[in-house]
Ligand binder design. Structure first.
Ligand code: SF4
Length: 497
C-alpha cells in the first residue's frame, strides 16, 4: 500500500449537499450562502452558487469552504430572484474547479445551472451518448453529464420540465438535484428517494426553499413543508409550487446511513428526528450488547447522542472524555502527509483526568477500515483507561456504496475481511459490538417511510451496479490484515508523535 492509500479517510464520507431558493425581492445569493454553511458538514472541498436574474444565469464557484469562496463582493455580484447552491466532497471527478458545482449548461438559448447530491451509476453510458451528440464535457463528473443531458432535451422539447423528465428516464442511480433557469427553480429526486431533499416555505409568502436537510431550511427561517417524493419534479416560480411525476417511483430506499452519521442531528428526515434516532440507537445497543463499566463516552460529534442513549438505558454514568477540536476540518488546502498521519490527534484529544483507571464504553458511529478505531483505543489507553469497550451504532459495513458516499472497495472494508474476533484484536479493544440491522431499524420509530437502502450492510443494492464497477469494487483481499498492519507501521514511522 502506498502512502496515499494509507491516508484515505477512515469514514463513510458524504459527497454533497444542495440548496435552492425562489424569493423575488430577497437577497437569494446570501440566503443560499447561509444555507450552504448549514450544510457544510456534507462537503468541504468546493462551494458554488448560481443565480437567475430573469434573463440569464450567473455562477460563482471555487475550491474551499463556503466562507472561503464567498465574501461581500462576490455575493453582491450575484443579484436575482432565484438561486441554487452546492457544497462538494468527492473523489469521483477529482477536486478540481471544473468538478465544483453548480454546473452550467448553455445550449443555444437554454441556460441552466444544476447542483446534484448523489452518484449516477451509468455515467459512462451518459457521457458516450452526450459526446455522440457533439456536446462538449469539461468536468468528467456524473453531474455535468446530467446537466448537459437536461440542456439537450430541453432544447429539443422547448420545456424545461419535459427536459428534466426525459433526462430522469435516462439517468440511473442516486440523485437529489436542484436546478435554476433564469427565472424558475426546480427540484427532483431519484425514483427510490435514496438521497434526501426537503421543501420549505419562507414567511410572509416571500418564497420557497429546497435543501438536502431541514437544518438548511431552519437557517433561513423557512418552515418545513414536506419532503420531495421519489421520482417527483417540483417547479417553483411566480405561479407557486407545481408538482409533476418525472419518472415512476420505485420501492423507496432512503439511505439509512443518513440517520447514523451523514445528517446533522438537528435535521428531520422523513418525519424522524436524527438526534432522537441516534439516542435510540444507543439505547438499543445497551440492550443488545451490555457490558459492566464505569463510564460511557461518545466519539464527537456523531457518537454523543448514542452515548447518552446507552448511558440512560444501562444506568452507567455518561461523561465527556474526548474533546473535539472544532477548527480542524477538511479544506481544499491538503495538509502535508506528515500532518495527515497525525489523523485522529488533529481532531480529538482525550481528558486523562476523567479517563484514568476507568473502564470505558465508547460509542462510535461506524467502522470502515479500522485504523481510526485502533488509534482511538490506543489514545484512550495512553490517557489511563483500564478497559475500552467499543460499541458501534451501525452494523458492520461489508459492502461499498455507489450512491453518493465515498467508500473503499470491499478489499479495504475491515468487516468484509476479518472475523469479529480478528477485528477486536486488530483494533485492540477489550470488547467490540455492532448494533444489529433490526436494532438500527427499530431506532427509527417515527420515520414515515421505513423502507431503506441498507446495501452497505447487506449487499442488496436497490439500483443495479454495472458489472465492471462491481467486479473491481467487490474484490476482497486475503492479505487484508497484513496490509493493515503494514499501513500501521507506515503510520508509526512517519507520524510526528
Ligand atoms: S449503500 Fe449505505 S451509505 Fe450508500 S446509500 Fe445505501 S445505506 Fe446509504
Amino acid at each position: 500500500m502506498d502512502i496515499q492509500q494509507a491516508c484515505l479517510p477512515d469514514h463513510m464520507e458524504e459527497e454533497c449537499a444542495v440548496f435552492g431558493v425562489y424569493a423575488p425581492g430577497s437577497d437569494v445569493a446570501r440566503m443560499t450562502c447561509f444555507g450552504l454553511q448549514a450544510l457544510q458538514h456534507r462537503g468541504q472541498e468546493s462551494a458554488g452558487i448560481a443565480v437567475g436574474d430573469g434573463e440569464r444565469v450567473v455562477i460563482e464557484k471555487n475550491l474551499g469552504l463556503v466562507t472561503q469562496v464567498f465574501n461581500e463582493a462576490s455575493l453582491a455580484a450575484l443579484q436575482g430572484d432565484v438561486a441554487v447552491g452546492h457544497v462538494r466532497y468527492s473523489t469521483s471527478g477529482g477536486g478540481t474547479w471544473e468538478a465544483a458545482q453548480p454546473h452550467l449548461s448553455a445550449i443555444d438559448d437554454v441556460q441552466i445551472a444544476l447542483a446534484h447530491n448523489g452518484t449516477l451509476v451509468n455515467t459512462q453510458e451518459l457521457r458516450d451518448f452526450i459526446s455522440s451528440c457533439s456536446i462538449e464535457l469539461m468536468a468528467g463528473t456524473d453531474s455535468e453529464a446530467a446537466a448537459k443531458l437536461i440542456g439537450k432535451y430541453t432544447q429539443e422539447t422547448h420545456f424545461l420540465r419535459e427536459g428534466i423528465a426525459r433526462a430522469m428516464k435516462k439517468i440511473k442511480g442516486a440523485y437529489a438535484m436542484v436546478l435554476t433557469s433564469p427565472d424558475t427553480l426546480y427540484g427532483f429526486r431519484d425514483p427510490h428517494g435514496i438521497r434526501p431533499l426537503s421543501l420549505g416555505e419562507l414567511p410572509c409568502g416571500r418564497g420557497y426553499v429546497l435543501a438536502s436537510e431541514t437544518c438548511g431550511l431552519d437557517i433561513v427561517g423557512a418552515r418545513f413543508v414536506r419532503d420531495i417524493k421519489p421520482g417527483e419534479i417540483v417547479r417553483i416560480n411566480r405561479e407557486g409550487v407545481i408538482s409533476y411525476q418525472g419518472v415512476e417511483s420505485h420501492k423507496r430506499a432512503s439511505c439509512i446511513f443518513e440517520y447514523v452519521y451523514f445528517a446533522r442531528p438537528d435535521s428531520v428526515l422523513d418525519g424522524q428526528s436524527v438526534y432522537e434516532a441516534r439516542r435510540e440507537m444507543g439505547k438499543v445497543l445497551a440492550r443488545e450488547a451490555p457490558v459492566d463499566a464505569d463510564l460511557v463516552l461518545g466519539v464527537p460529534d456523531s457518537g454523543i447522542p448514542g452515548a447518552l442513549g446507552y448511558a440512560k438505558e444501562s444506568g452507567i454514568e455518561y461523561s465527556d472524555g474526548i474533546i473535539k477540536n472544532r477548527y480542524v476540518g477538511r479544506t481544499f488546502i491538503q495538509p502535508t502527509q506528515e500532518l495527515r498521519q497525525l489523523g485522529i490527534r488533529l481532531k480529538l484529544n482525550p481528558l486523562p483526568s476523567v479517563l484514568k483507571n476507568k473502564r470505558l464504553i465508547v460509542i462510535d458511529d461506524s467502522i470502515v477500515r479500522g485504523n481510526t478505531s485502533k488509534k482511538l483505543v490506543q489514545m484512550l489507553r495512553d490517557a489511563g483507561a483500564s478497559e475500552v469497550h467499543l460499541r458501534i451504532v451501525s452494523p458492520e459495513v461489508m459492502w461499498p456504496c455507489f450512491y453518493g458516499i465515498d467508500t473503499d472497495t470491499r478489499s479495504q472494508l475491515i468487516a468484509a475481511n476479518m472475523t469479529h474476533e480478528q477485528m477486536r484484536a486488530f483494533i485492540g479493544c477489550d470488547s467490540l459490538a455492532f448494533i444489529s440491522l433490526e436494532g438500527l431499524r427499530a431506532s427509527l420509530p417515527f420515520c414515515e417511510h421505513p423502507q431503506f437502502c441498507e446495501a452497505c450492510f447487506t449487499g442488496d443494492y436497490p439500483v443495479e451496479i454495472s458489472p465492471s464497477t462491481a467486479r473491481d469494487s467487490f474484490k476482497t483481499k486475503e492479505s487484508f490484515a497484513d496490509e493493515l498492519e503494514n499501513e500501521n507501521k507506515l503510520n508509526d514511522t512517519v507520524s510526528l508523535h
